[in-house]
Design a protein around this ligand. Structure first.
Ligand code: DX5
Ligand code: ZN
Length: 211
């Protein structure tokens, strides 16, 4: 069954607890936390303290996506804060040592690729990474249009024998999810399409039924 991970980037930042509880009660599988450093991406979002408090208000696994140039600078803090999954961008350099560090803490380790970064750049991690995140928009902002070229990247990762989770993030909706799944997707990050939906529970239930 596809995992649905609402991105709190699309939640109301002054009503984060309300929106996270809404997503949890609507039956989501993970909560996606888009961490941004205003350097790797032109936006700024979420500190380890936010993850720590979210961990206190929900048992839903926190799927932390570090859109940071120097992920090592705060990795320990995000792990201590209770992240269940931590994903680092392959564009920041060789992340193999950091993936080991994530595993040593008991969390799952992911490698993210921007839309223009080829699947080849993840190949060195396919034995080590529990998850590969194929960004379907240029990272930094929600509400963008899905980049169709990423579908082939997802299929290429599966064709290369990757058996772990493949996650996509950006521009995903009920309308394009089935095609993403047909190419091998197993986790869908959805911000706008879910938080703007007046019946999140019904939408998640419909998508959980996709095969
Ligand atoms: C981009 C962000 C967005 C967000 C989800 O850096 O990662 O992809 O999570 O975006 P939408 O609102 O398109 O689902
Ligand atoms: Zn993300």
């Amino acid at each position: 069954m596809i995992k649905i991970a609402p991105s709190i980037l699309a939640a109301d930042p002054v009503n984060l607890e309300r929106d996270v509880r809404r997503a949890a009660e609507a039956g989501c599988d993970w909560i996606h936390v888009d961490v941004m450093d205003a350097h790797f991406v032109p936006n700024l979002a979420y500190s380890p303290d936010v993850v720590r408090r979210l961990k206190e208000i929900t048992d839903i696994p926190l799927d932390v996506h570090l859109m940071m140039d120097r992920p090592e600078s705060l990795l320990d803090e995000f792990l201590k804060a209770g992240a269940s999954v931590v994903t680092l961008h392959a564009e920041t350099g060789n992340v193999s040592g950091l993936l080991e560090k994530i595993h040593a803490s008991g969390a799952k380790a992911g490698v993210a690729l921007k839309p223009k970064t080829p699947a080849q750049d993840a190949m060195q991690y396919i034995e080590q990474a529990d998850l590969i995140l194929a960004m379907t928009v240029e990272p930094g902002f929600g509400g963008q249009k899905l980049d169709e070229s990423v579908l082939e990247k997802i299929r290429a990762l599966r064709d290369a024998g990757y058996k772990g989770e493949i996650e996509a993030d950006g521009g995903i909706s009920e309308e394009n999810l089935q095609r993403l799944m047909d190419h091998g997707l197993s986790v869908a990050v959805m911000g706008t399409a879910l938080f703007r939906n007046e019946d999140m529970r019904a939408a998640i239930a419909r998508m959980h039924a996709f095969l």
